[in-house]
Design a protein around this ligand. Sequence first.
Ligand code: TRP
Length: 478
Amino acid sequence: MSGHNVWTHKGTFLLAAVGSAVGLGNLWRFPYLTGENGGGAFILVYALTIFAVGIPILIAETMLGRTSRQSPIMGMRHLTKTHKTSRAWESIGWLGAASAFLILSFYSVIAGWALHYTWLMLTGSLVGADAQTISDGFNALLASPGLMTLYHTLFIAGSALIVGMGIHKGIESGLRIMMPALFVILIVVLIYGIINGDVGAAASFLFTFNLSDLSLEGWLQAMGQSFFTLSLGMGAIMAYGAYMSSEASLTRTAIAVAFVDTAVAMVAGLAIFSLVFGAGLETGQGPGLMFVTLPLAFAEMPFGALVGGVFFILVLGAAISSSISLIEPVAAFLVERFDMTRPQAVMIMVVAAWAMGLLTVVSFNVWAEGTIFHSLFGRSAFEFIELLTNIFMPLGGLMIALFAGWALTQSEVMKELGTNATWFKIWRFLVRFVGPAAVSFVFLRTIPQVEGYFIPALGSLIIVGAFAASQRLRHTKA
Ligand code: TRP
């Protein structure tokens, strides 16, 4: 049925999943979105969705991959057949492929910025530079579509090479060193921030929860970020789950991934905002946040050029291990479905995402305003692509939760999960009701015409209730 082999090591899935999860989402996107959305309230929604919705769906998605042992699209097709469910569920695979493509397109551009800063650090160009010089330098990078395209090309080509040659499993040993090293350097930056910045202001910004601070789209961004950071809702984890050993515990692995991922984001956030408040910078400066604050710290820190150079190399490593998990599901599908060779499949995915990435490149310069995206959606192409992913990922996650919780034969799901009956019931309650209700709630809450909390709450209950009733009906008929 499938040509898939299984990773030899029980811990390899954990490592690969952490490699996928920890990336620019933690270091770049989390701090910048938190800053734009006023801090604590954003983190509250983000953390709640990680733990009540993210972890159960992470378990579900891994489980789908592990039972089907195929790429997401073919795996979904296989499961709809063996479990005699509607074929409509296959759309989970397609939606995932679309998300992967959209995310990869901008991910590579941002990773390109890290490439630029690796270079600046290693050449010592920023040693002793002040805040103004550093932020001017960043703006100069943004102003240059040529330079950004060059870095974007280098990064995506590097990722393609790794996936195309199928050596990403060999990255394992690299990750084993890189991930802890990245964490250590983040702690070093945090300590620097505590000594020279304003960690008190950072902590109160991050951990003062006042939901009324959160804009309507902030809700969607916080939920989208919780899926983004866990690599959830689009098949990446399913693709990796297909290689997971049957003995490893799904629950424990999922909790570990979420825990490590959140820890990295929190340390990065604290470090960055300590520097922001210490230097009197703006919290809401947008996507450039990490690329302006961290070089500032490295510019003044003893051995800053070296520490900064190593830091950005590790960021690149974290970004590569994430980007390969964006390429993998689509490439695996093309191989299984159209009998392509691996390099061909990767080529198609990457060239398309590369071209799409040019939209992100120009969103920061020549197309920064006045484009069709601005007149139609009130935002740049890059911001529009981000908005789409903020919708697609939770939507994919919602469907995965419903599929695993309702459509699949539950006795088999329980066997695959391998937990006792109580845990199984808790998990099933979360994926059947809590996850879908939370996602629907946030979707409804984001619609400007729907005011307050009452209607979204009621609406999400009605949606989930109606779905549950229809599924019960289907099961009693069968
Ligand atoms: N989780 C990664 C990060 O935080 C990004 C990522 C990799 C991703 N693979 C994904 C996001 C799949 C969504 C889906 O940087």
